[in-house]
Design a protein around this ligand. Structure first.
Ligand SMILES: [Zn+2]
Length: 322
């Protein structure tokens, strides 16, 4: 299975629209800044016209004049940034801002698909839930500690679910801050309605906001992608396999709901192990207990999880509404 031409064109249209939107926003910012600080327009016009001269000097090989002109332009650019900062604006206010700075919203880096392209490609190929839309509601801005019961003690030491979730919340915030340093892994366990998927989406969103690549797959999609890759040896399947192993964060939702067999067992170990070797993070959610994981996926999968994952059991069923 690979992208049809229509799907490919649809993805390219998303990039066209993103670039138009980036330009529109820059124009809005420009208009606003020029109105408030007209000097900025003079400086930008100067840079634009002088930059054209550099091409001519380069062509003519006038190295001395070229480097003199370049340093003048640099000075003016510096002055522009100073004015912005003096007026409480960010220094990149008059520059294009991209949804994906890696490929500058083109989808490609040196002719190779960017991770953002591959993530979009996966959405088409697996009809998986569109994480961009989900995380609009499911993010830490919508995390409300009061949704967790603060009355009934649920832990042996008398803590309520709210006390417990406050600690989890702090832990997850720290985990996100340390993401690039420690490459941690998390497994959320607990029955339906405990808010596992919600927390995973919150984490995914926080990392995506920092330009990390995130792939979100249900465990069924994950194993399906491997068997498809085995059946169809095409370039796209290879890209997807690479992305599953390479992305900054792999989210595996609902482990244990797939059709389990010796194939899924060996693939799960392969994915967890490869990602561990290359210091890449994984978050798993599951209804299964560790004993059940041992029975279903083998001792080595279970011990990998015990030794390398922060296991966070979730309680209560207060989060059914999420
Ligand atoms: Zn990109």
């Amino acid at each position: 299975m690979s992208l049809t031409n229509a799907q490919f064109n649809q993805i390219m249209r998303v990039y066209d629209e993103r670039q138009r939107e980036d330009n529109r926003q820059l124009e809005d910012r420009r208009r606003m800044a020029y109105q408030k600080l007209p000097e900025l327009k003079t400086l930008e016009d100067f840079v634009r016209s002088e930059s054209l001269k550099t091409f001519r000097l380069m062509r003519e090989g006038q190295k001395d004049k070229l480097s003199a002109l370049k340093s003048v332009i640099e000075e003016v650019q510096k002055r522009k940034k100073e004015i912005l900062i003096e007026n409480g604006l960010p220094e990149d206010f008059l520059e294009l801002r991209y949804s994906c700075p890696h490929c500058r919203d083109t989808g490609f880096i040196n002719g190779k698909k960017c991770h953002c392209f591959i993530e979009m490609q996966m959405k088409y190929l697996y009809q998986q839930s569109n994480i961009d839309k989900i995380v609009k509601d499911q993010n830490f801005d919508h995390f409300d500690i009061n949704r967790y019961d603060g009355v009934k003690p649920i832990l042996a030491d008398g803590r309520t679910n709210r006390d417990y979730m406050k600690e989890n919340y702090e832990f997850l915030q720290q985990w996100i801050r340390d993401f690039d340093k420690y490459h941690g892994n998390i497994m959320f366990t607990g029955s339906t309605g405990t808010g596992k998927t919600f927390l995973m989406n919150c984490i995914a969103k926080a990392l995506m906001d920092n330009y990390h690549s995130v792939i979100y797959l249900t465990s069924t999609d994950l194993f399906e992608s491997f068997s498809k890759a085995m059946r169809n040896d095409d370039e796209e399947q290879q890209e997807i396999q690479d992305a599953i192993l390479d992305c900054d964060l792999l989210v595996i939702d609902d482990l244990g709901t797939e059709l389990n067999n010796s194939y899924t067992t060996s693939k799960l170990f392969y994915v967890l192990n490869q990602r561990m070797v290359f210091h890449k993070s994984v978050i798993i959610s599951t209804n299964l207990s560790l004993n059940m994981i041992r029975d279903l996926y083998s001792e080595r999968v279970c011990s990998r999880i015990i030794s390398d994952y922060s296991i966070i059991p979730l309680y209560g069923n207060d989060q059914r509404l999420y």
